[in-house]
Design a protein around this ligand. Structure first.
Ligand code: 0X9
Ligand code: CA
Ligand code: CA
Ligand code: ZN
Length: 432
């Protein structure tokens, strides 16, 4: 089908949709009651307004267009904003188009799905990720150690792998934390953590790598939300799932305890994709990471100095705060803001992402980075990985052929963060 024709069909559907919404009979296969839409929203205020309708915000393109999933009521609410809207497709139909599981690559001992569709076999499900971490420790016992730092809601172990020289010893070296897979469907981020692990262990002999690994203690949590990640793939086709699996699901990145629920950056409704949970850290997964980070306060000093929370998608480097649009606030002074910006921009210059304060995207409250900084003064960044833009759900599901390039793309940013972890203010010429 030509693009022109496709555009025309989309235009016709867009025109028809209000009629469908009004209750006309439609073939059930083409209408799951959830729609992929593109909304033109040029400012943080407009994007926050869109998010507050409760739609599932998938990503932002050049900060002018946001991709959302909306039910009928939300679709009407979006129309009422007057922002230009485009109908992209039916949510369920678009997900099915991404493919079905390839049963030639099953998890040993598991019958049926619980694995990625064909074209995605290079991604790691929970069992494969666990096996990979265990193999890393067997291959590099002096460089890598593995522990479970707690359990998910459905009782899966949440793993943290440490990489450093003399890994069994808690040395006096700046500590760095990487968290991946906080959002279930952002599978590329799990691969990012696994790639960092591989590079720091398999390539340890490379002088630049050895220097970093010898002088830092690096913690990686490759899959913070294993229940959600498994739920997303368990039928054999993707579900587009974001949250954990507690009740209707909590958005883990709205459940952290710094200014939780303060500012209209999350939802109190359990069916919303940005549901903040019943209380700060009500989700087992956030409380596991909180307890781990709290446990790294040794002799009154937080050992973890820097942090990246990997998400997808939109190709952004984000820094605190997310709950307010102002550059500085309680616990974040002008020098610190300048250090955040400077290092953020330097990292973005290496990977080609767009650097900005988190709230420039849209207001969020209860996010990981706000807590890491607000509570612990950990220099916390959120990376939104490849692609820069997607049409609807496919932005979360790049083929496995993209894994190698899109994870290696962050090598220099990761190394830069490590190198500044002794004193981030060095980046603005200050001492610590
Ligand atoms: O909304 C989110 O949690 C992140 N986007 S995602 O599409 N991966 O869900 C963006 C968070 C931006 N805000 C902060 N980092 N505070
Ligand atoms: Ca060490
Ligand atoms: Ca240490
Ligand atoms: Zn995310």
């Amino acid at each position: 089908m030509s693009n022109k024709r496709r555009g025309k069909i989309a235009a016709v559907l867009a025109v028809c949709l209000p009629v469908l919404v009004a209750g006309m009979a439609v073939p059930s296969t083409a209408d799951s009651g959830r729609y992929l839409l593109e909304v033109e929203a040029n400012t943080s205020a407009e994007r926050t307004q869109v998010a507050q309708i409760g739609v599932d915000v998938l990503g932002a393109t050049k900060l002018t267009t946001v991709q959302v999933v909306a039910d009928k009521a939300q679709y009407r609410a979006l129309q009422a904003t007057g922002l230009p809207l485009k109908y992209v497709g039916d949510f369920e139909q678009e997900l099915k188009k991404l493919g079905k599981v390839d049963f030639t690559d099953p998890v040993p001992g598991q019958v049926g799905a619980q694995d990625f569709p064909s074209g995605y076999a290079g991604y790691h499900n929970y069992a494969e990720m666990t096996a990979e971490l265990q193999q890393t420790v067997r291959d590099h016992p002096t460089l890598a150690s593995l522990r479970s730092i707690g359990k998910s809601y459905q009782n899966r172990d949440i793993y943290a792998l440490k990489v450093s020289d003399n890994v069994a010893t808690d040395e006096n070296e700046p500590e760095v934390l990487f968290v991946c897979g906080q959002h279930a469907r952002e599978h590329l981020t799990v691969e990012q953590c696994l790639q960092i692990i591989k590079r720091f262990t398999d390539n340890y002999a490379t002088p630049a790598v050895k220097d970093l690994v010898d002088n830092r203690e690096v913690w990686l949590v490759p899959m913070m939300n294993p229940d959600g990640a498994e739920y997303d793939i368990e039928t054999g086709s993707f579900r587009g799932w974001r949250k954990n699996r507690q009740g209707n699901g909590t958005d883990l990145n709205r459940n952290w305890g710094y200014k939780w629920g303060c500012c209209g950056g999350s939802s109190g409704s359990s069916t919303s994709d940005t549901y903040r949970g019943t209380a700060a850290f009500s989700a087992p997964e956030t409380s596991v990471i909180r307890n781990f980070v709290n446990s790294r306060v040794v002799g009154g000093a937080q050992q973890i100095k820097t942090f990246i929370d990997f998400h997808s998608y939109s190709e952004l480097v984000l820094w605190p705060y997310g709950y307010t649009r102002s550059d500085t606030d309680t616990g974040l002074n002008a020098d610190e803001a300048r250090a955040f910006q400077t290092l953020g921009r330097q990292m973005a210059a290496t990977n080609g992402y767009t650097p900005e304060q988190a709230s420039d995207l849209y207001i969020t409250d209860g996010s990981s980075d706000d807590w890491m900084w607000g509570q612990h003064k950990i220099w916390a960044y959120t990376f939104e990985m490849y692609p820069a833009s997607g049409s609807g759900l496919n932005g979360f599901y790049p083929r496995d052929t993209a894994i190698a390039t899109q994870t290696a793309r962050n090598d220099r940013a990761v190394d830069l963060l490590l190198s500044y972890s002794d004193c981030v203010k060095r980046v603005i010429g200050q001492t610590c």
